[in-house]
Design a protein around this ligand. Structure first.
Ligand code: SF4
Length: 253
């Protein structure tokens, strides 16, 4: 990142606005890689566009395995950030270990919330019952913001078929602090299933129990046939996202 972009970033971060140069870079890459293969997008982002300045953020959830496998084939030492909220299912924690071992990922970083903040803002560990947004901010948004300091870009597993704000997701997008890379944006459920089958990848153990989307245990429920894939997340609440892709985190809508 040159000095001018860094300076603009500081100014615009304070105002919660996009850095023009960063937005231009993201737009140019989005056009260049519109319709490109997921592995080509990833390889370009990791080796050419942001070498040494990019990380993958993974929940090690129901759909994470394909992206983790793709990354491991390009650079098994790429930083992989796992937000260990303290509220994950035990199955997710063991899946995280299993996949890292199986794929040879040597730089998985377990990012935990700050102890002092937990003691002050969620001493009983039940903030999720009273204010899920505040809980996600404490356990996900703030730790991720710190973990991504020093990176210019991060890779997400978001996909257009999840709907909502993801319907028109491009392969590259800008935020105030980073370029976000969405190599699987155009993948459908069939693509995920086909990739998993072709590479004989292990499923998250909770998928077979009716969880097609998996986050923290207090806020994740099984989904009935025909329901939206994310219907079990914060079931019964208006909340649909944890906040790491929202304006509060990085300036995107
Ligand atoms: S998903 Fe639930 S438990 Fe996890 S951080 Fe958000 S509100 Fe808290």
């Amino acid at each position: 990142m040159n000095a001018r972009v860094a300076s603009l970033e500081r100014e615009n971060e304070a105002a919660g606005e996009l850095v023009p140069e960063r937005a231009l870079v993201a737009r140019r890459l989005a056009v260049q890689f519109s319709g490109a293969d997921a592995k080509d997008i990833l390889r370009h982002a990791i080796e050419t566009a942001f070498p040494g300045r990019i990380a993958l953020v993974s929940s090690f959830g129901a759909e994470s395995v394909a992206l983790l496998h793709l990354v491991s084939e390009i650079d098994a030492a790429l930083p992989v950030i796992f937000l260990d909220t303290g509220k994950h299912f035990a199955q997710t924690l063991s899946y995280r270990k299993k996949l890292a071992r199986q794929f040879g990922l040597i730089n998985v970083r377990d990012i935990v919330p700050e102890k002092a903040k937990l003691a002050r803002r969620d001493p009983e560990g039940d903030l999720w019952k009273r204010d899920a947004d505040a809980c996600c901010t404490l356990r996900k948004v703030e730790p991720l913001r710190e973990a991504l300091d020093g990176f210019d870009a991060w890779i997400t597993g978001r996909k257009q078929f999840h709907g909502g704000g993801r319907l028109h997701l491009p392969a590259f997008e800008a935020s105030a602090r980073h370029v976000k890379v969405n190599p699987l944006a155009r993948w459908r459920q069939d693509d995920i299933d086909a990739y998993r089958a072709a590479h004989d990848l292990p499923p998250h153990p909770l998928v077979a129990q009716g969880y097609p989307s998996i986050g923290c245990w207090p806020c994740t429920h099984p989904v009935a046939a025909g329901e939206d894939i994310r219907a079990g997340r914060w079931r019964g609440a208006a909340k649909t996202e944890c906040g790491i892709h929202g304006r509060g985190f990085n300036g995107t809508a």
